[in-house]
Design a protein around this ligand. Structure first.
Ligand code: ADP
Ligand code: MG
Length: 484
């Protein structure tokens, strides 16, 4: 038995970034930046006698996520107590949802290797409260309750994910949707978004799932991919050596680049869930659902389809341009200013992204660049109308726009960069290049056709790169032809 297939289900915890906590008016603060235990109240501290009140904004965010993930929103959902003792949970139970979650049976589309789309089913999404944060230090443990009670949406997939690459695609797509909705920044390093991967393997022909392990503490998508790859190999080796895989909670040790076992699990529900007696059932009317559906922005899949169908972009370019809402908006503004979609797409995904990468600027910050979408459109319009040529635009005008914040028009006027299309001027430059480079001309006439490119380079240099390249090439070619 040599062929194994991988089975993965992802459990995702996404904080809903509301002003206040899930069950009280206590403010939500940045749990990394803020002083510990400064955003707490009797409720977050689990004081006896306090009573929870539902944050309806968080419920709305959760339902919007459910809708964006193509879920059914049941007419009633309900909170439940999940009982366990741990110092990050002062009440001794977490208010969560159990058998009546707010969203069920959805899916996320991902693109797989062969370029096709695959649906990964979303089993459920339920609302709960986040716990406090423990820091193990100085021979003890420190606890910060700022995070305790922050609205947290758990999104659980079916085990439909067949590789680490698919898990990555799912994670990126889900993160993108949450960011489009504006309910979660997607910041994994701060734990605002957290992924847990359930992993098992089985012989390729089998249909019965085998025991799984669960990997926690994944602080980036890249680490998640590495951890899954590692865990898949570990399980295959275990089976290969005649051993079995025991259900366990695992962690990814970033320094050692390996999986560590945190604890072996009993496969039992030891949480003693029961309906939360301090909170009412939540009835979700169809009017409410439709109102929320109407408030959803155009989501990445929809934009991507539009970019492919209407603007004739490739699936790849469309995916790149829609991964971030701000990038899609930047692109859209450029084409709204009359620039051809293909040209805009090429310049954004190559030249602009290259400049951003070189300066470590995230794609999502595209709307804060020194070059606004409108100014970028101005540059591309000059290229499109032939007022400047591509290489002048790329090598001179674009960097100057970035550095000075000036418009393309200003720079072209100030530096005299307008494209030269006058046949006489170009003809003179051709004559000069030929006169100055007799050796090249001779090799060309001797049959070395490629030398024409070197000669063309000289012509362009004569005109400081500003000549209309196709006119210059034609003029050079006909001059050479007349010499043969
Ligand atoms: P629990 O209720 O114990 O958390 P679930 O059955 O709800 O377990 O599954 C939790 C996650 O594990 C889901 O994302 C699910 O898709 C995934 N999962 C379940 N069984 C397997 C398996 N054999 N291999 C990989 N993932 C699995
Ligand atoms: Mg679970």
């Amino acid at each position: 038995m040599s062929e194994w297939k991988t089975v993965i289900g992802l459990e995702v915890h996404a904080e809903m970034e509301t002003e206040s906590k899930m069950f009280s008016r206590c403010p939500v603060v940045d749990s990394v930046e803020a002083e510990p235990n400064t955003a707490v109240d009797p409720l977050s501290l689990g004081m006896p006698g306090t009573l929870p009140v539902i944050n309806m904004r968080a419920m709305e965010y959760g339902i919007m996520v459910g809708l964006a993930l193509n879920c059914h929103i049941p007419p009633v959902n309900q909170f439940a107590r999940k009982n366990y003792f741990y110092p990050d949970l002062p009440k001794g139970y977490q208010i969560s949802q159990y058998d009546r979650p707010l969203a069920v049976n959805g899916y996320i589309n991902i693109e797989v290797d062969d370029g096709t789309t695959k649906q990964i089913r979303v089993r459920r999404a339920h609302m709960e409260e986040d716990t406090g944060k423990l820091t193990h230090a100085m021979g003890g443990s420190l606890v910060d309750y700022n995070r305790a009670g922050v609205p947290l949406l758990e999104i659980v997939s079916e085990p439909d994910i067949a590789s680490a690459a698919e898990a990555e695609a799912y994670a990126r797509k889900l993160r993108s949707i949450l960011r489009y909705l504006g309910v979660n920044s997607g910041d994994m390093s701060k734990g605002i978004l957290r992924f847990e991967a359930n992993v098992s393997v089985m012989p390729a022909g089998d249909t019965e799932l085998r025991e799984r392990t669960e990997i926690k503490n994944l602080n980036s998508i890249r680490n998640m991919v590495k951890a899954i790859d590692y865990e898949v190999q570990r399980q295959i080796q275990l089976y290969g050596s005649g051993a079995t895989v025991k259900p366990a909670t695992l962690g990814w040790d970033e320094t050692a680049q390996k999986i560590t076992v945190q604890r072996y699990k009993e496969r039992a529900d030891e949480y003693r869930y029961f309906p939360e007696p301090d909170l009412p059932l939540i009835e979700v009317s169809r009017e409410w659902v439709e109102d929320l559906r109407g408030r959803l922005p155009a989501l990445p899949d929809e934009l991507q389809r539009r970019f492919i169908d209407e603007l004739k972009l490739s699936a790849y370019d469309a995916a790149v341009l829609t991964a971030e809402r701000s990038v899609a908006a930047y692109f859209q503004e450029i084409i709204d200013n009359g620039v051809d979609a293909k040209i805009a797409s090429n310049w954004i995904t190559t030249d602009l992204f290259r400049m951003m990468n070189a300066r470590d600027i995230e794609r999502e910050s595209i709307d804060a660049l020194p070059i606004s979408a409108k100014d970028f459109a101005g540059l591309l319009t000059l290229v499109q109308t032939g007022a400047i040529n591509q290489s002048t635009a790329r090598k001179k005008v674009l960097p100057e726009m970035w550095n000075t914040g000036k418009t393309a028009r200003q720079i072209v006027d100030e530096q005299g960069l307008a494209q030269i299309s006058d046949p006489e001027v170009i003809g003179a430059a051709v004559e000069k290049a030929i006169a100055d480079n007799q050796d090249l001309v001779q090799r060309l006439l001797d049959g070395n056709d490629k030398v024409i490119n070197a000669l063309f380079g000289r012509v362009m240099a004569e005109l400081r790169g500003k000549a209309d390249p196709s006119l210059a090439r034609k003029s050079l070619q006909s001059k050479i032809d007349s010499m043969k």
